[in-house]
Design a protein around this ligand. Structure first.
Ligand SMILES: [Zn+2]
Length: 411
């Protein structure tokens, strides 16, 4: 079994964690921000240093190609360097830097491969400022139009678009999306949940990713005096939204079907103690491994919202942000990870992914799969996010050997 250089990988992860550092170990590197640019610049420099051919596509996705002996579709691997606000150092960066490390290890050993290898850093996986999330892989895999996505406007600043920010950081590349043929895509990622740690398992062999629906609702009524307006004359968007959020929260707790429901953001206007809210804007995040259950939840929740809004004589504006179906990874790819784990003497467990990932998008255009390593206390999207060094190294070695077993295949 080939192994990566442990210390070099850990040192590189620590180096990237300095870019956008928050607190002791946290990182804040929002997609297309100045910090994102710094991390991209470093990656580009490191890829060039390893002798890779660097390509930037029109959505800023970064590719580092190591040529193969044969002109075959490439085995690709990677993840994303962007983070959420007050995020961690492993979510995304681990997959990119483990990929970089495995290439360096191959260089050290003077090993050639049949297939080309491609390390990928996808643009805006987190979707913090620009929707949708998993943006780079979503468009790369042909599931959205580049033009539409380039025009995506920042949530927090109407002057910022994906196009303008790509230009500002110098990553509005020339390469057409999808122009490098991929045989497969493998993504190493932290679990971001508690299962592996709780069950003392080294490696999560990810068999599927659950489906995701994101929707934004804006309910509009009328602002009025909190003291002089009797209830029967109120058009209270705040009260209506509270009823709806109560229903959404109960939905996943009361039903037997496996759908998780979250209202993660809400804003009132004018948001003042003595004024009846004129407007309530809130988000809905639905997730399930079962596509039918997901659609049914969406339909029932939408019907409830319509009911409340109609009864209260309010108006509703619904904005569909994301609709991603559950994805099942091909059995031969899942087996690749399983076998690599066994050969390395690591314990493993087949499991679904609760979070969305680039590999889920890439499965629309090539054989894809994922490798999970344990997250301490299951914490992620938080500056406390942590994965033990030995787990980082284990995951990178599984990625390395899974890639190697794919790279020599000639069909
Ligand atoms: Zn991630």
């Amino acid at each position: 079994m080939m192994k990566i250089n442990d210390q070099r990988l850990l040192a590189n992860i620590a180096r990237y964690a300095e870019i956008g550092k928050v607190g002791e170990i946290g990182v804040e590197r929002i997609a297309l921000s100045d910090e994102d640019k710094l991390a991209r610049d470093l990656l580009k420099e490191q890829m060039l240093h390893l002798g890779l051919e660097v390509h930037i596509d029109q959505l800023g996705n970064m590719f580092g190609m190591r040529k193969g002996k044969k002109d075959l579709p490439a085995v690709a691997f990677g993840s994303h360097l962007d983070t959420v606000y007050a995020g961690g150092r492993y979510d995304g960066a681990l997959g990119v830097l483990a990929g970089l490390e495995l290439i360096q290890s191959l260089n050290d050993a003077n090993t050639e491969t049949d297939r080309p290898l491609v390390l990928v850093n996808f643009t805006n996986e987190e979707g913090v400022r620009f929707a949708p999330d998993m943006m780079g892989s979503h468009v790369y895999s042909g599931q959205a139009k580049l033009e539409d996505i380039l025009n995506s406007v920042a949530y927090d600043n109407p002057d910022d678009t994906v196009r303008s920010r790509l230009k500002a950081i110098g990553y509005n590349g020339e390469m057409k999306l999808g122009s490098i043929p991929f045989d497969s895509f493998l993504e190493l990622h932290i679990e971001q949940g508690p299962v592996l740690e709780k069950e003392s398992v080294d490696i999560g062999v990810v068999e599927m990713v659950q489906g995701i629906h994101w929707t934004r609702y804006a309910i509009e009524g009328e602002a009025n005096h909190a003291g002089t307006t009797p209830n029967i004359y109120r058009k209270d968007a705040g009260y209506a939204s509270a009823k709806i959020i109560d229903y959404i929260g109960d939905y996943s707790r009361k039903q037997a079907n496996p759908v998780l429901t979250t209202v993660g953001a809400i804003a009132y206007e004018p948001n003042t103690i003595n004024i009846i809210p004129k407007k309530a804007t809130f988000s809905l995040d639905l997730r399930s491994p079962d596509d039918e259950a997901l659609s049914q939840a969406q339909t029932e929740i939408d019907a409830y919202i319509n009911d409340i809004v109609t009864t209260a004589e309010l108006t509703l504006n619904k904005e569909v942000l994301v609709r991603f179906k559950p994805v099942h990874f091909p059995a031969d790819m899942v087996e690749l990870v399983q076998t690599a784990s066994e050969n390395l003497g690591l314990s493993s467990k087949q499991m679904p992914s609760g979070a969305g990932h680039d590999a889920q998008m890439m499965s629309a255009c090539c054989s894809s799969t994922m490798i999970f390593v344990p997250s301490v206390r299951g914490i992620s999207h938080n500056i406390e996010e942590y994965t033990k060094d030995e787990d980082v190294v284990n995951g990178a070695n599984v990625l390395f050997n899974a890639v190697l077993s794919r790279v020599y295949a000639t069909n």
